[in-house]
Design a protein around this ligand. Structure first.
Ligand SMILES: O=C(O)c1ccccc1NCC(=O)[C@H](O)[C@H](O)COP(=O)(O)O
Length: 202
């Protein structure tokens, strides 16, 4: 199981997460309590090995600005958490992770036709477009609708529910932010425990 740790804002946490086995590190360039700017994100990226995905999270940003930030920071993937349409996904030169807050299988069928390499299934929107720490009912998802896509599962995951979530959705990757924090700050012990649990599943 591949693991993405999202909402990273410092070098030490990123390096430790990779040491514990993280395959992807996420940087939020949208409105968020975890927002990071380009310069510190670039510094973190410089400390990461080439094989680790460096994912930039954006919400309704212009394609020009996304491309500029991605090139400057050294991102490898773009995660879109807003109302971006299929045409917008197509216009980017980086591989796209299209995030959706799971609501219905009709919506899922629509998004499955997007030209995105990955679909990220997330929990309900809260104060922000993501990273709200809320799970959705995994049993409601008709995952066969996404058969040609790599699925990333997110939303309220923690070390103690990731096994159940994975057994139902069978994703390519799991993504966590709130579930590896204590009082809103990334917690190295929780990151280690989450990765160990997820990597032990398959
Ligand atoms: O993390 C944020 O604050 C955020 C803000 C705006 C858009 C997206 C955001 N996060 C994207 C992620 O990939 C999160 O890891 C994902 O939504 C799951 O978060 P959580 O439920 O807190 O584990």
């Amino acid at each position: 199981m591949k693991v993405k740790i999202c909402g990273i804002t410092d070098v030490n946490t990123a390096v430790k997460a990779v040491e514990y086995g993280a395959d992807a590190i996420g940087f939020v360039f949208a409105e968020s309590k975890r927002r990071i700017t380009e310069k510190p994100a670039r510094e973190i990226v410089e400390h990461l090995p080439p094989e680790v995905y460096k994912v930039g999270v954006f919400v309704n940003e212009t394609a020009e600005e996304i491309e500029r930030i991605a090139s400057y920071v050294g991102l490898t993937h773009i995660q879109l958490h807003g109302d971006e349409d299929a045409e917008f996904c197509q216009s980017l030169t980086f591989p796209v992770i299209k995030a959706i807050s799971f609501q219905s299988n009709e919506h899922l069928a629509e998004v499955s036709r997007f030209p995105a390499a990955y679909i990220l299934l997330d929990g309900p929107k809260g104060k922000y477009r993501g990273g709200n720490g809320t799970a959705f009912d995994w049993n409601q998802v008709n995952i066969s609708l996404l058969k040609s896509k790599k699925v990333i599962l997110a939303g309220g995951l923690q070390a103690n529910n990731v096994e159940n979530a994975v057994s139902i959705i069978k994703p390519f990757m799991v993504d966590v932010s709130s579930g590896v924090e204590t009082d809103g700050v990334k917690d190295l012990e929780k990151i280690k425990a989450f990765i160990k649990k997820a990597k032990g599943i398959c």
